[in-house]
Write a protein that binds this ligand. Structure first.
Ligand SMILES: Cc1cc2nc3c(=O)[nH]c(=O)nc-3n(C[C@H](O)[C@H](O)[C@H](O)COP(=O)(O)O)c2cc1C
Length: 374
């Protein structure tokens, strides 16, 4: 199965889009796919003139003399087209848009009815029975997956042509974090799912709903925590925040959050997974407008530092130490794990010194409501 990937980022192979694209293609190659990446930034692709010469005087051939005819040939030979673009103003980059506009020589000018819709029929027969699969890959600077809605809908509508289908959309909200070496282990879950998606397209013809569900999650579930990290980055670059709107409090917007976000739990067998799992079992209704950090100082064989940051109805788990936790739990891993499994009574364990706490005891009392048990 032949995959042709187009990278529409001006950053090309050094960009964030590439991180996701390469993981996806690696997965596809693992199960026998042939893959090729074209970096659109290195190609000359002129804007479509809208003259329709490619539909009238020279059917299938554009008036422009540039790199596009060779790319259309590659496209016609591919089974899977992978469009990889950074999110630019809620849609694809200009590089990618120029490319997709220039695909019209592959269609015929007539409009025909197909099912409930009208379409331009293709000019050429498909390369093989396996062809016509479209995969969208994107990443964004904002942390909210909602920002991809227009882009995904564009590709869904566009791929709704004879013999074509959007078989997966990997839209990574907050993709800039993927370039950070320090954060790499934290996002292994996303990259693993991306590789799995590549394998699934080869083996099953599409990304499975289970994998798609993982890929639809932002890298960091708490947008406020993500924004803190991004703003801290800009601050470290010496960029000033001007209070044009009279609404910002720069100091309050850039707290010294030093932690590394934890990936979703693989099991509940380690303290790291257990703290990560707590963020996923968070009950926003019970939290209301609570803003608090709960620090874990884990002792014993599996010693470590983790914290849960609760803000604006979200809870995010981090590895590391927070400068201002509201509540600190100092506990051997096995004690907290036994409590969370219901094998040990939390209050008794505290009274008998099996673990200790510092800070807001009222918050300790609320843990049962804040984190639902499975
Ligand atoms: C012109 C421009 C427009 C952008 N528009 C958006 C946007 O609408 N939403 C968003 O979340 N990020 C936006 N971004 C941020 C990029 O999506 C983000 O930096 C991405 O990680 C870049 O990927 P790359 O390194 O592969 O180019 C924009 C960036 C630029 C330069």
């Amino acid at each position: 199965m032949k995959f042709l990937a187009l990278n529409g980022s001006p950053h090309g192979a050094k960009g964030n889009t590439e991180q996701v694209l390469q993981a996806f293609l690696e997965g596809a190659r693992e199960v026998g796919a042939e893959t090729e990446v074209v970096y659109l930034k290195d190609k000359t692709i002129k804007h479509c003139l809208g003259c329709f010469t490619c539909w009238t005087k020279t059917p299938g051939v554009c008036v422009h003399k540039d790199d596009m005819p060779a790319l259309l040939e590659k496209m016609r030979a591919a089974d899977v087209m992978v469009y990889a673009t950074p999110l630019y103003v809620f849609t694809m980059s200009g590089l990618m848009k120029d490319f997709v506009d220039r695909i019209i020589p592959l269609a015929q000018p007539y409009i025909i009815q197909r099912g409930e819709h009208y379409i331009h029929p293709p000019r050429y027969a498909p390369a093989s029975d396996a062809s016509g699969k479209v995969v969208l890959i994107s990443n964004s600077g904002y942390p909210e997956p909602l920002h991809f809605s227009g882009l995904v809908e564009t590709f869904r509508r566009w791929a709704d042509s004879p013999g074509e289908e959007l078989v997966g959309a990997i839209c990574c909200a907050g993709g800039a974090l993927l370039q950070s070496e320090a954060l790499r282990p934290s996002f292994a879950w996303y990259m693993d799912a991306t590789k799995r998606a590549g394998r699934e397209v080869v083996e099953q013809g599409r990304v499975s709903p289970e994998t798609q569900q993982v890929l639809d999650q932002p890298l960091i579930s708490n947008p406020a925590a993500y924004v803190d990290m991004v703003n801290a980055h800009w601050q470290s670059q010496g960029v000033e925040l001007f209070d044009i709107l009279g609404e910002f409090q720069p100091e309050a917007q850039v707290p010294a959050t030093a932690g590394v976000p934890l990936p979703p739990p693989q099991s509940m067998a380690t303290m790291r997974d257990l703290v990560s799992g707590m963020a996923y079992s968070f009950n926003p209704q019970a939290a209301g407008d609570l803003e608090a950090v709960i620090q874990f100082q884990v002792t014993g064989e599996e010693a470590g530092r983790y914290y849960l940051d609760i803000a604006q109805g979200h809870c995010t788990a981090f590895a590391g130490e927070h400068p201002e936790p509201k509540l600190t739990l100092i506990t051997p891993a096995e004690v907290w794990m036994a409590i969370s499994r219901g094998e040990m009574n939390g209050a008794t364990a505290l009274m008998t010194g099996k673990y200790s706490v510092k800070g807001d005891i009222g918050l300790l009392m609320r843990l049962g409501q804040l984190f639902k048990k499975e």
